[in-house]
Design a protein around this ligand. Sequence first.
Ligand code: IMP
Ligand code: MG
Length: 179
Amino acid sequence: MQNDILKILITEEEIKTKVKEMGKQISKDYAQKNLMLISVLKGAVVFLADLMREITIHAEVDFMAVSSYGKSTKTSGIVRIIKDLDINLEGYDVLIVEDILDSGTTLSYLTKVLKTRNPMSLKIATLLNKPERRVQNIQPDYCGFNIPDEFVIGYGLDYAERYRNLPYIGVLKKEVYKK
Ligand code: IMP
Ligand code: MG
């Protein structure tokens, strides 16, 4: 697996420091609130697992799984819910925890759907942000790193379901995609 990596973009240490910082800020901002962390499977689970342990106030968690139709070509914003939440969002201050905000298709759909369920508030925390790729008008409320328009893997992010277990964010060698 290590042989497939061209370069490391964000090291384990850098991620750790940043996640700590984000956890501290979220704990402060939500101190008087009723925090519900909603994570989007599967990419965001590694970030969620680390982030929630840096949060020092009460927080509940729930999960959703979504898939987008015709991912590469369409920017229609059509996203399908594969696994919905178990809980009712009324009375919760919801924070969506995502691995990466790319075109924004997934998150703009998700925020639309979740808003109809009447949470007290709804915000977005993403580890990575690719502002250059944005199609939808959506910004993260908490963001770990802005990255260039490059396909990245590791720390939950996959290429063909692999590399999620790498502890850092990296870029794959070109030849890996041709296999
Ligand atoms: P969006 O709907 O275009 O914002 O895409 C969001 C989803 O696309 C993320 O949750 C990831 O699953 C996937 N994605 C976008 N960019 C990358 C990347 O560089 N590496 C791995 N997955 C990515
Ligand atoms: Mg994802």
